[in-house]
Unconditional design. Structure first.
Length: 80
């Protein structure tokens, strides 16, 4: 086996390892995206519950009505 053949052989053996790393990174990125999405939904739902808990006077302070708060607060967390 020549030096070039040995180098190619070693390089070929590393390719699956690199593709596994890429696959692992892709899976990690996907999981991270999923977790961040779930946390966003949870935060949005929390904010909507707080909005519904505000008094009419507090809503009026920033230019919203009870109908506005009810409309926004009744949306599920996953809906923007």
């Amino acid at each position: 086996m020549t030096t070039i053949d040995t180098a190619l052989s070693v390089h070929a053996e590393r390719r699956p390892h690199r593709s596994l790393l890429a696959l692992a990174q892709s899976a990690s990125d996907g999981f991270s995206t999923l977790v961040n999405g779930l946390l966003d939904w949870q935060e949005r739902a929390r904010q909507r519950r707080q909005l519904l808990a505000l008094s009419d006077g507090a809503l009026k302070d920033f230019g919203a009505s009870r109908a506005d708060a009810d409309g926004e607060g009744s949306k599920p967390g996953w809906q923007p």
